[in-house]
Design a protein around this ligand. Structure first.
Ligand code: SF4
Length: 190
């Protein structure tokens, strides 16, 4: 079975690849993440993704490029999607819909996503949105709870020395990550 694996970043790729390679899948990794901002962060995460996929000798596809403008436009269509956590459903949907469509167009049998690895993401929403996107495009969504390999994946990422990002991805999550810390340090309101 030819499987297209949507990859959100390098660190989250270690365990899903380890698990999926024990099964009879012919895997290709897809990097499509218009939610990663700003530009140099996008480049840094893309480089880490290439390092991990390369270490497993897995072929890669890079689609979409840096997508701040398109991502913001799509988020704005779905108010109140700019608020956490509502915006995340639209963000997952955007990436899963794209992956499902490319799965069909490129002749893959099925797809999955490394988003299913993270303990910080909305796991049930990702599973449901993946299944819905698969149904719309007539392909299969391979669901696995990769969170079972959470620590193993972290250990592999640390050992490899690749870049491990400190926030989810969008410019909003970057602000949420640092604003409280800055407010405490400088005595400002968030
Ligand atoms: S916090 Fe993460 S999942 Fe949510 S909208 Fe931002 S990049 Fe997407």
């Amino acid at each position: 079975m030819k499987l297209l694996l949507h990859c959100c970043c390098g660190p989250c790729l270690f365990y899903p690849l380890t698990a999926l390679r024990t099964k009879p899948f012919d895997i290709t990794c897809l990097f499509y993440n218009p939610n990663i901002h700003p530009y140099m962060e996008y480049e840094r995460r893309f480089e880490a993704f290439l390092q991990v996929a390369g270490s497993f000798s897995i072929p890669v596809l890079h689609e979409g490029g840096y997508g701040l403008t398109g991502w913001i436009k799509q988020m704005m269509q779905t108010a109140p999607a700019l608020e956490y956590p509502a915006r995340c459903s639209e963000c997952y949907s955007m990436r899963l819909e794209f992956t499902a469509r490319r799965t069909k167009e490129m002749g893959f049998d099925c797809f999955s996503t490394t988003l299913l690895y993270s303990r910080y993401q909305q796991h049930e929403a990702i599973r449901n949105l993946g299944m819905e996107a698969a149904n719309r495009h007539g392909v299969n969504f391979v669901y696995q709870d990769f969170r079972h390999g959470w620590q193993q994946g972290i250990d592999m990422a640390v050992e490899s020395g690749i870049y491990r990002q400190p926030y989810c991805g969008c410019i909003f999550s970057e602000g949420e990550r640092y604003a409280k810390r800055a407010a405490k340090r400088f005595g400002r309101k968030v």
